[in-house]
Design a protein around this ligand. Structure first.
Ligand code: FMN
Length: 369
């Protein structure tokens, strides 16, 4: 089958894309001191500027929001300057880039947080995965601290400020990290949210945190520059819900009213964070399942090949496809797909941390020739 359908233009709210090949958000843990992006980070993103859209790595909205060592933030003047060099480099090569703004919640470690504070969460329930310390050591996860009701509006306000900072740094929009067991999803799902205030209990209450953030960010930068990422049926870090289909149908129907730039769904068939190549062949197809309740642009991610990506668009399950690991190893993924050239395979050992190796030293087809 051909991949022509990937090369048709698409509009995501205020952002016009020349193709439907999206670079998925990829945490690479290579930011500089004080979580400031560097010239190396700018070079990496610029190499991938032919993507229809680049979605940045998950970026911490506040010091409390960090979950990984050497991951960037968007809450200091220095970080805004560092990101400005990234967006300038991408735009200079004709690209488009949005920032994924994130709060890791319980998926963190006290060594990454101000004054060695414990990670925060809707409820004091630890994740099932180990944590990574500031010095990249894997250690058992800590018991998170349950947020006070009075703290929640402050976190909503930091999401709003982070979105404004991202626009100030030259981003074309922002994506809310509502997927992969981060704080927003920890609120949404009943396995991680046992609260008894109006942010817990019914699905309407558990979604309140998300609605408040969507509202605050939309008012600040426009809903046509806001995307939301979700991972229905995902299980990363032990996240779970008793009625996931009802929960996500409700959430996506509600998001449909909010005129977003796009909805971005991770397929449970693949691995949420690309940790394994294992496929869950019995998983429901999220894009196909939720397409009927969302009228706006829908992005789908996880375990796609160029051919299956084109097929998903032809079947009208999705409008664009995000590639994660293939963009790590193929800076010219768009050109390679177009010319039907072989794709480089990934090397997990260089995914996280380190310098140029496994980051900016993957060659384009042109450079190899
Ligand atoms: C190294 C690595 C880092 C990732 N970091 C993020 C992230 O910051 N935010 C996010 O939403 N997903 C993240 N993901 C998940 C990817 O965006 C994507 O959904 C996943 O890799 C599946 O797509 P793929 O099969 O095309 O790789 C990461 C995945 C990998 C491999």
């Amino acid at each position: 089958m051909t991949t022509n359908t990937l090369f048709t233009p698409l509009r995501l709210g205020a952002i016009a894309l020349p193709n439907r090949i999206i670079m998925a958000p990829l945490t690479r843990m290579r930011a500089g001191a004080e979580n400031v992006p560097t010239a190396l980070n700018a070079a990496y993103y610029a190499q991938r500027a032919s993507a229809g859209l680049i979605i940045s790595e998950g970026t911490a909205i506040s010091p409390q929001a960090h979950g990984y060592p050497s991951a960037p933030g968007i809450y200091t003047a220095e970080q805004i300057v560092g990101w400005r060099a990234v967006t300038d480099a991408v735009h200079a090569r004709g690209g488009r880039i949005v920032m994924q703004i994130a709060h890791n919640g319980r998926n963190s470690h006290s060594s990454l947080l101000p004054d060695g504070a414990l990670p925060v969460a809707p409820s004091a329930i630890p994740p099932s995965l180990p944590a990574l310390t500031k010095t990249f050591q894997q250690v058992p996860s800590e018991m998170p601290r349950s947020l006070e009701t009075s703290e929640i509006s402050g976190i909503v306000a930091t999401f709003r400020q982070a979105a404004l900072n991202a626009i100030d740094a030259g981003f074309d929009g922002v994506e809310l990290q509502g997927a992969n067991s981060h704080l927003i999803e920890q609120f949404l799902e009943d396995g991680t949210n046992k609260r008894t205030d109006h942010y817990g209990g019914s699905k309407e209450n558990r979604a309140r945190f998300l609605w408040e953030i969507v509202e605050a960010v939309s008012t600040a930068i426009g809903s046509d520059r806001l995307g939301v990422r979700l991972s229905p049926f995902g299980q990363y870090g032990g996240i779970h819900d008793n009625s996931p289909q009802a929960l996500f149908t409700f959430i996506i129907k509600e998001l449909n009213q909010r005129r977003l730039a796009y909805l971005h769904l991770i397929e449970a068939r693949g691995s949420e964070i690309g940790l394994t190549d294992e496929l869950h062949e019995d998983a429901l197809n999220n894009a196909a399942l939720f397409r009927p309740v969302f009228d706006g642009p829908l992005l789908s991610a996880a375990a796609y090949s160029p051919a299956s990506a084109a097929q998903a668009i032809e079947q009208q399950h999705a409008d664009a496809i995000a590639f994660g690991r293939l963009f790590i190893t193929n800076p010219d993924l768009v050109e390679r797909i177009k010319a039907d050239q072989p794709l480089n395979q990934f090397d997990r050992s260089t995914f996280y941390g380190g310098g140029e190796h496994g980051y900016t030293d993957y060659k384009t087809v042109e450079e190899v020739a």
